[in-house]
Design a protein around this ligand. Structure first.
Ligand code: PBG
Length: 333
């Protein structure tokens, strides 16, 4: 508990707010470019669909455009980027074979960026939804998303990505037991330094809508993801998920979405004191962007306020589509 020493009129909290310089001195949290991870969408060279209607300001990039864009992000000091592929329709199959093709879009992106911009950390999303004609993160039997069979293919997906240059494997699928299995697969291939960032507390959220447009899976998604992603009503269960993933060997854990789940970030950080990332997801980006484009709020201020909220809640890093803009804003001071 905070000890209250005295009170008004001896104590006036507004004194420390009087001037910019005192406000800076007493600021409890700071956002740095070192806290930002930029999610990047990849498209094939012959796919003309660069624009993402529900995410104004974000584009799907070809591998060579991504190499350039990540180079600029690196110059701004952004430590890491995360790649998501828009897979062309004919390559989507019920067995999700393309996910384990060492020459798939994400692996080509990883290799090209690693070679051109070796100082940037590469995060690879591991899940089957970009490769699955029905948009689910796992293999299906009828309407059932299979757990153990999915974990097997996720291990192979993690391996092809790690071998292509991925530094952090980020399983976003929410299958049970995948962290331990992926850890063993990586170690078995001599990749013991490849990190795992577990999407440990990932909720079945409406805020992923624009992302599913971006990777071209929204029209396809049959049903919802409630049999594997978490119920937004639950918090204790998030702690259970995090405990298991840490025990299985996760190096960092993630909470997703971001702003509606700041309580979860704080509880995870307080309980486990491990590297904790937040994902400010596509719908959160879209809300701020859309309101700003309508002139309904100051987009830049709303962006910076939303990002400092993650730091206040205890996040070490934030995956955000605002990464480049926020880095530019931070550089201006
Ligand atoms: C899927 C995945 C999703 C996101 C990241 N990985 C969507 C989903 O679970 O349907 C969402 C990211 C965002 O909304 O920005 N494995």
């Amino acid at each position: 508990m905070v000890q209250i020493r005295g009170g008004f009129p001896d104590t006036r909290l507004r004194r420390n707010r009087c001037d910019d310089w005192t406000r800076r001195l007493v600021a409890e949290n700071r956002l740095a470019v070192d806290d930002l991870i930029w999610p990047v969408f990849l498209r094939e060279d012959d796919d003309p669909a660069a624009e993402i209607a529900s995410m104004p300001g974000q584009r799907r990039l070809t591998v060579s455009e991504a190499v350039e864009a990540v180079g600029r992000a690196a110059e701004l000091g952004i430590p890491a980027v995360c790649l998501f592929p828009k897979v062309s329709e004919p390559l989507k199959t019920p067995g999700c074979e393309e996910a384990v093709n060492p020459d798939n879009l994400i692996c080509r992106g990883l290799r090209a960026i690693k070679q051109a911009v070796p100082t940037v950390g590469l995060v690879g999303d591991v899940a089957l939804d970009p490769f699955n004609p029905l948009g689910h993160d796992g293999l299906l039997e009828g309407d059932r998303v299979l757990n153990d069979e999915t974990v097997e293919i996720l291990c192979r997906q993690a391996l092809v990505q790690a071998e292509a240059g991925c530094d952090i494997i980020a399983p976003s699928d929410m299958m049970d037991g995948r962290i331990a299995a992926i850890r063993r697969a990586l170690d078995g291939a001599g990749l013991e330094d490849t990190r795992i960032c577990s999407y440990a507390a990932k909720y079945a959220s409406a805020f992923y809508g624009p992302f599913r447009d971006a990777i071209g899976s929204s029209g396809a998604l049959r049903g919802d993801k409630k049999t594997y992603q978490m119920d937004p009503a639950n918090a204790e269960e998030a702690l259970h998920e995090v405990a298991l993933d840490l025990a299985e060997g996760a190096d960092m854990v993630m909470v997703k979405p971001g702003l509606p789940y700041l309580d979860i970030i704080r509880r995870v950080k307080d309980r486990f004191a491990v590297p904790t990332f937040a994902y400010q997801v596509s719908g959160e980006y879209a809300m701020i962007r859309a309101a700003a484009l309508n002139g309904w709020l100051d987009g830049e201020r709303a962006m910076m306020e939303s990002l400092i909220a993650f730091k206040r809640a205890g996040a070490d890093a934030v995956l955000t589509y605002f990464a480049v803009e926020a880095a530019e804003r931070l550089r201006k001071g």
